[in-house]
Design a protein around this ligand. Structure first.
Ligand SMILES: [Zn+2]
Length: 208
């Protein structure tokens, strides 16, 4: 069995979800497409949504990355509008949402009830209390490279239910097999069991 990479930016990885850059043409394998907070152009937002609508096909597994980011310069009110529009689109299309969040977790949680679809926080590397609040609100958490060296994150991972978990390489250059190995040790399960669980989780979020 292969190692599913839930969120990545590398065209050579075929078993995973490739994050399509804005205004690009979709590949012929699983991808996600969305308007990342840092790419929002308020004056062009309708044409950005036209692009998004135009690339959605059966290979489009999820809408995203989308979300809220306190560091980018785009006004937070506009970020929230664009996020909500993408949640509504995901509801219409019955696709899960891959969420990018920087220091706006409580605002993102406040949007949870707007979504009828699964919401997955990608690249989760924050503290236990944030993980607890996200899990309580039925978010999924996708973990990346930080798990390999971040000890308190490893402790947090211990508490994350297996059926709420995904693994990803994102922009980082490392072999995802290493991450599966580490997580199987932390969770005290076999790699095969972990692979199987991730496949089941994908089925679950795909079916809303
Ligand atoms: Zn990414």
């Amino acid at each position: 069995m292969d190692f599913f990479d839930f969120h990545h930016h590398k065209k050579n990885i075929r078993y995973g979800i490739y994050n399509l850059d804005i205004e690009k043409t979709p590949p012929d394998f699983y991808f996600s497409a969305g308007i990342h907070p840092q790419n929002i152009q308020p004056e062009n937002i309708d044409s950005q949504f036209n692009w998004l609508q135009s690339v959605i096909n059966e290979n489009c597994f999820a809408i995203g990355e989308c979300g809220l980011d306190s560091i980018v310069s785009v006004d937070m009110k506009i970020q929230k509008d664009v996020f909500l529009r993408q949640i509504q689109l995901a509801n219409e299309l019955k696709k899960p949402l891959i969420i990018h969040c920087v220091r706006k977790f409580y605002e993102v949680i406040s949007f949870r009830k707007k979504s009828e679809q699964a919401m997955i926080i990608h690249g989760f590397n924050k503290k236990q209390s944030i993980a607890d609040d996200l899990l309580k609100n039925n978010f999924y958490l996708s973990f990346g490279k930080a798990v390999l060296y971040h000890l308190s994150l490893q402790d947090t991972l211990k508490t994350v239910p297996l059926d709420k978990l995904f693994l990803e390489t994102d922009n980082d250059d490392f072999n995802i097999e290493e991450l599966y190995q580490k997580v199987s040790e932390i969770k005290e399960i076999s790699i095969e069991r972990l692979q199987q669980q991730i496949v089941e989780n994908l089925e679950t979020i795909k079916n809303g």
